[in-house]
Design a protein around this ligand. Structure first.
Ligand code: FMN
Length: 216
């Protein structure tokens, strides 16, 4: 080991260096991919929010003006509800609540429900569900316009007993041979609206608790 390092040691060092470079490269790619996925997820959520709430109606950053509420008694599920607050020139405009209907036919149905500041429904969309194709899936806006029947409803129109499917004496259609899915959605939207109505002020006043959402 005078003029040159021992060949075995040299190979070992080279391999070590290659492994180090490989690890560094992988970590870099992983970081970039993670950031890109987080960006895409943010864009996807914003698209969903803007399908209910027109972009022109607010000028704050919806994705940063967020709070999380856990209230099992009100929402009938233990998971936190994400609330996006929309404001124009700092004045409250609307909230979009990511609620879950726990009692779909095949489990939980995830919804986004938008309420304007006066308590009217701006719109509702199903964002994830496992209801049966052809039976329960008309809750999706892509499959039928049933979900649009929530628009402009409020706690006074209809009154509490109207917030049910027709089979249960309410105002909302059920589907042929499938009452469970629409019943679950109506109940979840109504629960969210009742919560919004009772907590309107604090929902807008509470400081954002989750400004940078970690989607990883
Ligand atoms: C295989 C299978 C899948 C079903 N999927 C759904 C569903 O996704 N949503 C739903 O509301 N009902 C579904 N049903 C029907 C329910 O079991 C139930 O009968 C129905 O919701 C009650 O509606 P009705 O009051 O109109 O009879 C399904 C039934 C079967 C046999």
């Amino acid at each position: 080991m005078n003029n040159s390092t021992h060949p075995v040691l040299r190979s070992g060092l080279l391999l070590g260096l290659i492994a180090l470079l490989g690890t560094a490269l992988l970590a870099g790619v992983n970081e970039l991919t993670h950031e890109r996925i987080a960006e895409q997820e943010k864009r996807r959520i914003l698209q969903q929010l803007n399908a209910i709430l027109p972009v022109a109606s607010y000028n704050n950053n919806l994705l940063e003006d967020v709070i999380e509420i856990t209230d099992e008694a009100s929402f009938h599920h233990p998971a936190p509800v994400t609330v996006y607050r929309a404001r124009k020139d700092d004045q409250p405009v609307a909230v979009l609540m990511a609620v879950t209907a726990p009692d779909g036919y095949n489990g939980a149905i995830r919804l986004l429900a938008g309420f304007d500041h006066s308590g009217s429904v701006l719109g509702v969309r199903v964002v994830a569900h496992r209801e049966t194709p052809g039976l329960g899936d008309p809750i999706e806006v892509e499959k039928s316009d049933w979900i649009l029947s929530f628009m402009n409803k409020s706690l006074l129109d209809p009154q509490a007993e109207g917030w049910a499917v027709k089979r249960d004496g309410g105002q909302f259609d059920q589907f042929t041979g499938a009452t469970i899915s629409p019943r679950a959605v109506v109940k979840a939207v109504h629960n969210a609206l009742v919560y919004f109505d009772a907590n309107r002020q604090s929902l807008f006043d509470t400081s954002a608790t989750n400004p940078e959402r970690d989607n990883g």
